[in-house]
Design a protein around this ligand. Structure first.
Ligand code: IPD
Ligand code: CA
Ligand code: CA
Length: 263
């Protein structure tokens, strides 16, 4: 029997603790290093926040597995695997641009079961669990009812791994600039997806994302009545790096446009 309430309360506790670490270092001088390339940043706060999340979850559920951006995979065969991004939007965070989040998703036997995305700066906790609806803090949230691209506000992101992918996304970006009311590039995939879940955005797409960017928010969007899929299919797999996430009404149109421009 899955104890959803306990799982959610531990996920929220871990997110709140990580958010405190984020805020403690926000606006201060940080130790910044690079991972994949010169554009791929990691700060001391990313590492501390991930350690804190792991210690909170392990304290309650020592038998669970993890996939963390900063610490990799642990017990990946476990029934419950937590998928963690301690700061989603590190480039924003490093520049003191206040759009970043903690993202904590949970897979149960491989399927997306629960998600918490916390914007500590705005004190907005987005959360959902399978069959339980989607919320921001105590309020139930749902996607928008915009059903035409020319009335929609869309968002995307551009990955730190630029080879080939920048050009591909610039093609989609240009097309959506013409088709949509407006397009934004906020810089935190998990939070941008939660903005779709609560109707601030109507659609989102991106390439080259990792499971920790999207697992939690995919649960939140689905529970808010929206849809997520990978390019070229109706299915959604967190290990396939691209995503289209919408209020559902725009899923078909955005998919069609992206497919018509895919390499
Ligand atoms: C990044 C953010 C950004 C997206 C990048 C991600 P990070 O995550 O989600 O919005 O455009 O592709 O890598 O590195 O800040 O955790
Ligand atoms: Ca991320
Ligand atoms: Ca991160």
């Amino acid at each position: 029997m899955i104890d959803t309430e306990k799982l959610l309360s531990v996920a929220k506790e871990a997110a709140l603790e990580a958010g405190e670490i984020q805020l403690a270092y926000f606006g201060k001088k940080k130790e910044i290093s690079h991972k994949f390339n010169q554009f791929d940043l990691v700060t001391n706060a990313d590492k501390l926040a991930e350690e804190k999340i792991l210690s909170v979850i392990k304290g309650h559920f020592p038998e669970h597995g993890f996939l963390g951006e900063e610490s990799g995979s642990y017990k990946s065969e476990a029934d419950y695997v937590w998928v963690i991004d301690p700061i989603d939007g590190t480039t924003n965070y490093a520049h003191n641009f206040p759009h970043f989040a903690v993202s904590i998703g949970l897979l149960y036997q491989g399927r997306i079961y629960l998600g918490v995305v916390f914007d500590a700066f705005k004190n907005e906790m987005f959360w959902a669990a399978e069959g339980a609806g989607a919320y921001m803090n105590a309020d139930n949230i749902s996607v928008s009812n915009i059903d035409s691209l020319n009335k929609s506000l869309l968002a995307t992101g551009f990955p730190v791994n630029r080879d080939g992918i920048l050009e591909e996304n610039i093609r989609y970006f240009t097309k959506f600039l013409y088709e949509a009311q407006a397009v934004r590039r906020p810089g935190s995939a998990s939070l941008d997806m939660c903005y779709v879940a609560c109707g601030r955005l109507d659609g989102f797409w991106e390439l080259n994302l990792a499971p920790w960017d999207i697992t939690a928010a995919a649960c939140i969007i689905r529970e808010a009545g929206g849809e997520v899929s990978n390019f070229g299919t109706d299915n959604f797999d967190i290990y396939v790096k691209n995503i289209i996430a919408t209020n559902g009404l725009l899923q078909g149109k955005m998919t069609e446009i992206i497919e018509s421009l895919m390499p």
